[in-house]
Structures are given as structure tokens and as C-alpha cells.
Design a binder for this molecule. Sequence first.
Ligand code: VAH
Length: 311
Amino acid sequence: KILIIGACGQIGSELTYKLRDIYGVENVIASDIDTRKLELVNSGPFEIIDAKNFNAVKDCCRIHNINTVYLMAALLSATGEKYPMEAWDLNMNSLFHVLNLAKQKLIEKVFWPSSIAVFGHTTPKEHTPQHTVMEPSTVYGITKQVGERWCEYYHEKYGVDVRSIRYPGIISWKTLPGGGTTDYAVEIYHEALKTKHYSCFLTEDTELPMMFMDDAIKATIDIMNANADAIKIRSSYNLSAISFTPKQIAESIKEHISDFSMTYNPDFRQGIANSWPKSIDDSRAREDWNWKHTFSLNDITNEMLKQLGKK
Ligand code: VAH
């Protein structure tokens, strides 16, 4: 059976729905410390778990006979800058707990998300290579960089089957993101429909790697279903789909809402975005486990406005 830790989050919630479609509701246990997302909490087996609590995670894995864990709980880049020690505590200790359960053979397989936040100012910004300089300047990025080192260590030293992806910014409509620097690319669609205006917290030319949630979920399930020997990188795979600027996403919205307007009021998150790459070279993911993205910016705008328009 599968356990998703952080199932109420932006990615965790969509992973829960998708994995339940594939494996059956009863075989996918959702868990989170937060129970406010009621339609998810009531959609199947749900456990309240603090991912920082080793015994709570271990007991849940035992009770439900879990063999695969998707660890999606974390404090993201913007929140991590406000609460550095909490971000270090949650992001690192939750990972140690799951890696140690795998080392003890209580579970067999682990998915753990990394991020383009592992890259910093000194990283090449265009087509950032899989192996390159990584000097992250956010707490979140530091936790992802050192988390990758631990994943590779537990694989090499203890044979733990942990697999990881460096997600770009992710755009989705089912669940709002929380505390990320790329959240502008989700908020903009909600505001376009509500007020036809968005005040963007990044400058108009801030190009960032982005991906639609359906592509991110496909990549996550594909890497977990690949043969173990195909996964040659056990730190974390670069993954990319598209890159765009706030100006470009605003233009794509204007093709549907012609009187949509945007103003730019950069805040502290501009500093975070400036430290990240503009585009990512994900050729290793494409070679090793046949990754390829589907959604273009126009596809994303069509889908976001259609789905949010219905809500
Ligand atoms: C964030 N959405 O903004 C996350 C992600 C690459 C961005 O890590 O922090």
C-alpha cells in the first residue's frame, strides 16, 4: 500500500487523487498535519500525522502495511525564509524518518521531491545542467540540496530505493500552493477571473522554469514505476517543461480576457527568483526514464481558465 505524507498540499493532493485512480482508494493512505481540505480528508483513508514525528510515521506504515511512501510535506521557499529553523526541522527530519524506515526495511520505496531551488546565483542560468555548481541561498534550497545528498547516500550505503525529481514551479487549479515563490503563476489565473487584474510580486521579465501539474504528476508516477536500474541518478533528476516570464503569462491570459491588466510590485520573493535558473536541461530524465512534457503555456492557460471558470 501507498502512504502520502503531506497529502493536503498542492502536489500531495493531486498525487492522492491520481494514485487512488490507479491503485484503488483503499490502497492509498493520505496523511497530513492539516485537516482543513475536507474533500480530500473525506475522500478515502486519512491519517493525521506530524511528519516530524518518527513514531507516528512508523506506526502508520505498520498499521496500514505500507510499502511505498511519497513524502510531500515541506515548508517552501518563501515560508522557509520567514521560519528558517522550522523549515530545516520539517524538511530534514521528515526525510530522515522515511529514509530510516526504508533502511530498516519497514518500507520498500520512497519518493522525495527536490526543486530547482537547489540552484543558486552561481549556477549557469540557461539550460542548467544535471551536474553543476549548486550554492542555494534559501533555507528551502539548502534543505533540498542536502536532502539530495542524503538520498544518494542512503541508496549507495544501504540500498534504499529512493527516487527524486527537481520540480520547477508547478501550476494547478485543484489546490492552492502555499508559500512558494512561483505561486504568482497560480494566483494570476484566480485574479484574472475574479478582478481582471493581478499585482505581481515578481518583475515582468523574471523568467522561471514552470510545469503544469498533470505533467508533474505524470513524471512522479513514471519515475516511481521505472525499473530500478533505469534510475541512474539517486540524488535528484532535473525536470523541465517550459519557461516563461510574468509578462508572457499575462499575454497568454489576455488572449482570453482582453481587458486583463497586470501591475508589478516585486517583494522579497524577487530575490529568491533571481537566484534560480531561467531554464533547465532535463536530458537525463528524458534518456533514463523517457520523460517528456505535454503542456505548453497556451495549453495551461486554456485549462486553468476553463477549470477555474467552472469552480
Ligand atoms: C517554491 N513552488 O516556489 C516551490 C518550488 C521551484 C519552486 O520549489 O518554493
